[in-house]
Write a protein of this length. Structure first.
Length: 218
């Protein structure tokens, strides 16, 4: 292998490591599909799914009244001036329903605004037709109850980043969480964790370059 090829391979490896650190979640399908509303059980569903014990949690973001596009990791991109919509799913995959201690759906923006509530208490949730106790629903980020004082201050015309987390705690399986990012347009101010990953990646690439230069000088 020539020195030029080796140097290029080192940079590719460093970049790949950064991508792996940045997010491991991938688009997936729900076991029971989408049963809320009408026309939402399309394929591929492009959900981000997490399963623990007999519980399956799912989240996805998309343009309102349009199918969800495949996420980049767990990031769903919504074009500027298009209203962002969020779908969530809680399903029990067993005939024995677990004891739920708490549940929360939290939406926050990069500037510190957030809103959290118990989604399983929403009266218009769709119920799993197989009778196992699952629930699903959808909401637009423009809904007024999300945008009160201290809320997410959503605007379809503003570049912003919204972090979404669905968390359920049960007696049988402890706490299970699923999370996604909805990026409106070019996104907003990066989270501290994102900056940390970027700096780590730059530092790794820089170290690889310095190491290579020392080897060539020797």
């Amino acid at each position: 292998m020539t020195s030029k090829t080796s140097f290029g391979a080192t940079l590719v490896a460093a970049a790949s490591a950064c991508l792996l650190l940045a997010g491991g979640a991938q688009a997936a399908e729900l076991v029971n599909g989408a049963y809320y509303g009408s026309g939402n059980n399309y394929a591929p569903g492009n959900w981000t799914v997490n399963t623990g014990g007999t519980i399956e949690l799912g989240l996805r973001g998309h343009v309102y009244q349009q199918p969800a596009q495949a996420p980049a990791g767990a990031t769903y991109i919504v074009p500027l001036n298009s209203v962002a919509s969020l779908d969530w799913s809680f399903d029990n995959l067993s005939q024995i329903f677990p004891t739920i201690l708490s549940a929360s759906l939290t939406i926050s923006n990069a500037l510190g605004g957030s809103f959290s509530y118990d989604p399983l208490l929403t009266p218009d949730n769709a119920q799993n037709p197989n009778g196992l106790g699952g629930e699903q629903n959808s909401l637009r980020l423009s809904f007024a109850f999300l945008n009160g004082p201290g809320g997410i201050n959503y605007s379809a015309a503003t570049n912003a980043t919204y972090n979404v987390a669905l968390t359920v705690t049960t007696t049988e399986f402890g706490t299970l969480s699923d999370s996604i990012v909805i990026q409106q347009g070019a996104g907003g101010v990066p989270e501290p964790a994102t900056w940390a990953l970027m700096l780590l990646g730059f530092g790794g690439a820089g170290a690889a370059i310095r190491s290579r230069r020392r080897a060539l000088a020797a």
